[in-house]
Design a binder for this molecule. Sequence first.
Ligand code: MLT
Length: 307
Amino acid sequence: MAKRILTLNQISVKGLERLPRDSYEIASEFAHPDAILLRSHKLQAEEIPESVLGIARAGAGVNNIPVVECTRRGIPVFNSPGANANAVKELVAAGLLLGSRGIIEGLDYVAGLAGTTDASWLHQELEAHKKQFKGSELRGKTLGVVGLGAIGSLVADMALTMGMEVIGYDPALSVDAAWRLSSQVRKADTLSAVFARSDYVTLHLPVLDSTRGLVNSELLGAMRPDGCLLNFARQEIVDHDALLAALETGHLRKYIADFPTPELLGRSDVILMPHIGASTDEAEENCAIMAADQLRDFLENGNIRNS
Ligand code: MLT
């Protein structure tokens, strides 16, 4: 009998193709599904039918899945670590550039010039104003990378190619990640050492009890004045009261994150993106393929990977 896969988000066709139609029925509604395949749907424990044997997320973080309840019920939860790492890394590169150059202010200013027809006036106008959009270069600056997993290690390499000094910190560095890391990435022994020595700090950690609120007033206070914090991981890792205090005193120059939160909207010292780190065609395909392959291997052979 065909296995029933309940999809709770739109899943890339390339991933669904890994589940052959003669062996799998795939639909967004089923009374008794064998498995659930999802992306960012916030899954509630009571939404998981008794018949479900496994859950796969086409994405890295599993904080939208009630993992504790799944474990209690013996339901393995699979994710797709690394499958969207390149997409996130590229957005972090954009974040670094937005933090170092007057790109946003400059674009806003140019947008305000719409309708101008006088080229010579425009030239004079730009000459008079462009000084205010001056930034600084990334080359020679220090980037602290907190979390050296699939994403963090790619970010470290990218920053090296931009001529940045890179300090990394990961208390649980995997053997795979250690092999991937360039020897030019210096390892810090403590988290506070990374914050103290970096011009830019970028976070690449999952949200766990041990990482929730990890970036607190002490760490932010240890940062170089004029520092810049990038968070393309999860908003819960940063204590927002401490963050606002660091911004208010001007100790932190900019916070650049991939999720808008109400208390940060509208601030000129904050750049917020709408959680698009993994929103590329390639990342969605890679994640869907990885998630579907794991589900299939589990349902057909009982194998459990990335759970
Ligand atoms: C992930 O966990 O894979 C990324 O944050 C993207 C997402 O949540 O969709």
